[in-house]
Design a protein around this ligand. Structure first.
Ligand code: KG4
Ligand code: ZN
Length: 344
């Protein structure tokens, strides 16, 4: 059994965790920056980087203390090396490099998206490769075939906004603050999902991709019309998202069958309505449904430690001069989805 220190700093959560290759979570610490960013309605990169620099080392110390361990007990140091806000990524990665150098331990540079993608295997020992993954976060909305550590094939992606981004923008329109996803979900539970007619972009399209920009604009117009209550708008928006996700997923599952498990990961995977829908889809395709607990869906260091553990066991360690990457797709060979201003 090997012990891995995981470090995460790619967006607005600073986090440290100690994970065993036997799936034991010895410690996980997290410091959110919600207070630092709330006045701006979104994450300010410069403020995020400074907050990471302030918090990351005390978090690592606290995680080691929680586990009653020292740096010398670790077998490797895993840090997020991208994708994300580059200032924050550099804080965590350079910290990881310095600790690896000081303690004479190998460094594992982790792709944050691989952290999300492998996180279900941390809590479900029976989840074997390959599996079908819906990765839904603040920056991504993708369907991937996961064939192994470092082996991803992107089958669908968004041609404009990520699904978490759509939740955050809807929250902003409704004056709910940042981060918006959990608050939209809460408000949606008290509204009528059929009250507001909203579009379902790319529904039944022959291409596999997602689109959410038109939905967000429609929410804005419906809100400005003054004809609808906020709860009904939130519920109708969430229903439109559910319908789009289900339609696109069903299409992919029809065309790429034979997978035993349907897995969801990323911050938006903590949404209970989305999880319930996915469970039904999985059952109708005779698949097992696997979703990490909500705390492991949103950004954290346990998933980085776990991805580090999987990579370490596969012999995949990295040199100390490895670069931080603001963009780093899981499937480097995937073609660009159509549309100008394509986001990775
Ligand atoms: O994975 P994550 O923590 O950070 C990224 O890597 O992007 O995902 C954050 C995103 C945000 O857009 C947030 O609004 C969304 O996940 N989110 C949710 C929920 N909880 C977080 N969206 C919908 N429902 C939720 N309960
Ligand atoms: Zn994330």
């Amino acid at each position: 059994m090997a012990l891995i220190l995981g470090i995460e700093s790619s967006c607005d959560e600073s986090a440290a965790a100690i994970i065993g290759t036997d799936r034991t979570i010895y410690a996980h610490r997290l410091q959110t920056q919600e207070d630092e960013h709330k006045d701006y309605g979104g994450v300010v990169p410069e403020i995020a980087a400074r907050a990471h620099a302030q918090h990351i080392t005390p978090l690592i110390e606290a995680a080691l203390a929680d586990a009653d361990m020292t740096l010398n007990d670790m077998d490797a140091i895993a840090a997020t090396a991208g994708p994300g806000l580059i200032g924050g990524v550099m804080v965590g990665l350079v910290t990881g490099k310095a600790l690896a150098m000081a303690a004479g331990k190998p460094l594992v540079a982790v792709n944050h998206l691989e952290g999300h993608a492998l996180s279900p295997r941390l809590v479900d020992a029976e989840l074997d490769f390959p599996y079908m993954l819906l990765l839904v976060s603040g920056g991504h909305c993708q369907i991937l075939r996961v064939d192994g550590v470092g082996q991803y094939r992107r089958l669908a992606t968004t041609i404009d906004d990520a699904v978490g981004e759509a939740f955050d923008k809807t929250a902003k329109i409704l004056g709910l603050g940042y981060p918006g996803g959990p608050q939209v979900e809460k408000l949606a539970s008290t509204g009528d999902p059929k009250a507001v007619p909203l579009p379902r972009p790319l529904l039944r399209s022959t291409e596999p991709h997602f689109s959410f920009a038109g939905l967000k604009s429609a929410v804005l117009r419906a809100h400005q019309s003054g004809d609808y209550g906020d709860a009904d708008l939130a519920a109708s928006f969430q229903q439109a998202v559910l319908d789009c996700l289900q339609d696109r997923l069903e299409k992919t599952l029809r065309e790429h069958g034979g997978m035993k498990s349907l897995v969801v990961a990323g911050g938006v995977a903590s949404n209970a309505a989305i999880r319930a829908m996915l469970k039904t889809v999985a059952a109708s395709h005779g698949m097992r449904f696997v979703a990490p607990p909500p705390w492991l869906c949103t950004d954290n260091a346990a998933m980085i430690g776990w991805a580090g553990a999987e990579r370490f066991e596969a012999g995949l360690t990295d040199p100390l001069d490895i670069a931080a990457r603001p963009r780093w797709p899981l499937d480097e060979h995937a073609e660009k989805a159509r549309g100008a201003g394509v986001k990775a």
